[in-house]
Design a binder for this molecule. Structure first.
Ligand SMILES: [Zn+2]
Length: 435
C-alpha cells in the first residue's frame, strides 16, 4: 500500500477505535515484513498476524491471504515486535521535579492526575504497551488512571502498580525534606511508612486493600532523597520478610529498591522477587541473586539523563553526587549480573523525562555486553513472566493480547531503532503510526 494510503487508512481506523475493542470483535490482519516474537532466538521472516478483537488469533506465513472479513495493516517494510514492557516506572511523577521535592506537598490531585494521564499517553506512544509502576507518592492517581485505561477511556499502557512505597520514617520512599516539618507531608504520601515487622505487616495489608498489584519496599537509601546513603540498609531483613509474607500470601510479588550489597542480600534472604538498581552489589550478592532466581531491574540509562540535565534544572548537589556514585557502578554490576545469569528486567525509573525516552536504555544494555535479542526479551517475555502476565503479554503468540510495535529496519542490527517506534498496536487497536 502506498504511504499515503496507509496514512489515510490509519486516520479512518483511529476514528473508528475510540473505545476498547470487543473481545470477539473484528479481525485485524497485520502484514509484518519480519517478526521478532519475543521468545525465539532468531528473528522470523515475513508473517501475517491475525488479531481478533483484543487477542492474537493466529500467526501465519507472510504470503497467506488475509481472511475476507478482516481489515489489513500493511507493515511489509517493517519489523514487528511484541509491545514493550517497562518494569520500573513512576508515571505520576516527572523527573524534573527533583529540583524541589516539596512540590509534592502542594500539588493538587487534579494536576497530578493530568500529569499521570499525559505520562501514560507518552509512554504508550513510545512503544511501551505495559508498565510496572513501582511505587508512588500518589498511589490513588495511578489506580484511577489504571482503571480508566482498562475501561478504554484513556490512552495508556496496561499498568501494574505497587501503590504506596513501603519505607521507614525518613527513608528513601518517605518525603522528609530538610528545613520542612513532617506535618507538611500530606498523609496520603505516607501510607506505607512503618517501623518494625508488625507495623510493616499491617501497612502491607492496607496497600493491598487499596488496590496494589504488587508491593515495593525501599530496602536501602535512595539517590533522589535527602539524607541516607544509597548503599546503606534502611529496612531490616525481618521487616522486609514481614512484607513478603503478607504479599506472597495474597499472591503478589515484592520488588526491593536496593543499591547496597548488604541490603540486596537482606532482601534476597527475606524472599523478594526482584531487586531494583542493585548498583553497589558485590560478587556475593550477584551470586545469591543468580542462585535464588531473583531478577535485577536496572535503570542503566537514567544516570546519564540526570547528569545531562540535573545541574541546569537545579537539582540538589546531594542528588547529583549520589547519581555519580551509582551510575557507572550500576553498569559494571549489570555486566557481571548478566554474565552470571541473573534475570535482568527492563526498567527505566523516572529518568526518562517526559516519559518518552524509555527506549534509550536498550543502547546501553547492548553496549554493556547484552545481546540485542536478550535486551528485547528483558523488555518483553522475561518481563511478562516476572509480572505473572505471560498468558497475556510479552510475546507475539496466539492467545496473548494483540500488543505489537513496528519499526523500519532491523533492531537486532541497530538497537537504537527502539528509541523511536513507528507503529503501536495495543489490544488489536492501532494507537499510533509515524511513517
Ligand atoms: Zn524508581
Amino acid at each position: 500500500m502506498p504511504r499515503l494510503a496507509v496514512l489515510l487508512f490509519v486516520f479512518l481506523f483511529l476514528a473508528a477505535c475510540q473505545k476498547a475493542p470487543d473481545p470477539d470483535g473484528p479481525l485485524l490482519a497485520v502484514h509484518c515484513g519480519a517478526l521478532i516474537d519475543g521468545m525465539a532466538d532468531e528473528a522470523l521472516g515475513a508473517r501475517l498476524v491475525l488479531i481478533e478483537g483484543e487477542r492474537i488469533k493466529a500467526i501465519l506465513p507472510g504470503d497467506t491471504a488475509p481472511p475476507d472479513a478482516s481489515t489489513s495493516v500493511d507493515l511489509e517494510e517493517y519489523t514487528c515486535l511484541p509491545g514493550l514492557i517497562d518494569t520500573h516506572t513512576h508515571i505520576a511523577l516527572v523527573h524534573d521535579d527533583s529540583s524541589d521535592l516539596t512540590i509534592y506537598y502542594r500539588r493538587p490531585i487534579e494536576e497530578t492526575l493530568a500529569m499521570t494521564e499525559r505520562n501514560a499517553e507518552i509512554t504508550l506512544n513510545a512503544g511501551f504497551t505495559t508498565v510496572r509502576n513501582v511505587g508512588d507518592y500518589f498511589p490513588e492517581a495511578i489506580i484511577d488512571v489504571r482503571e480508566r485505561i482498562r475501561r478504554g477511556e484513556l490512552p495508556g499502557p496496561r499498568i501494574q502498580t505497587a501503590g504506596s512505597y513501603m519505607t521507614i520514617p525518613g527513608g528513601g520512599g518517605d518525603l522528609v525534606v530538610p528545613g520542612h516539618d513532617e506535618s507538611e507531608i500530606p498523609p496520603g504520601i505516607r501510607i506505607g511508612v512503618a517501623r518494625g515487622p508488625e507495623q510493616f505487616r499491617d501497612k502491607t495489608r492496607t496497600v493491598i486493600a487499596n488496590g496494589a498489584d504488587m508491593i515495593k519496599v525501599i530496602a536501602s537509601g535512595a539517590v533522589f532523597a535527602f539524607g541516607g546513603v544509597p548503599g546503606e540498609p534502611e529496612m531490616t531483613q525481618e521487616e522486609i520478610a514481614a512484607v513478603v509474607e503478607v504479599a506472597h500470601a495474597a499472591g503478589l510479588r515484592v520488588t526491593a529498591h536496593a543499591h547496597g550489597a548488604q541490603s540486596i542480600k537482606d532482601a534476597i534472604l527475606a524472599g523478594v522477587d526482584s531487586i531494583e538498581h542493585a548498583s553497589l552489589a558485590d560478587d556475593e550478592a550477584i551470586a545469591m541473586a543468580a542462585e535464588h532466581g531473583v531478577a535485577f531491574s536496572m535503570d542503566v540509562y537514567n544516570g546519564t539523563y540526570t547528569a545531562e540535565v540535573g545541574e541546569e534544572l537545579g537539582y540538589p548537589e546531594e542528588f547529583m553526587r549520589k547519581n555519580e556514585e551509582t551510575t557507572e557502578a550500576q553498569r559494571i554490576v549489570f555486566e557481571k549480573a548478566y554474565a552470571a545469569g541473573v534475570p535482568i528486567l527492563y526498567g527505566t525509573d523516572a529518568g526518562v523525562s517526559p516519559h518518552g525516552y524509555n527506549g534509550r536504555q536498550f543502547e546501553i544494555m547492548v553496549a554493556r555486553g547484552m545481546t540485542p535479542m536478550d535486551a528485547i526479551r528483558s523488555a518483553t517475555s522475561l518481563a511478562a513472566e516476572h509480572m505473572d502476565m505471560e498468558p497475556d503479554i510479552g510475546a507475539i503468540e496466539a492467545g496473548r493480547y494483540g500488543d505489537l510495535i513496528a519499526l523500519r529496519g532491523d533492531p537486532l542490527a541497530d538497537i537504537t531503532l527502539l528509541q523511536s517506534i513507528d507503529v503501536v498496536i495495543k489490544g488489536g487497536e492501532l494507537v499510533s503510526i509515524d511513517p
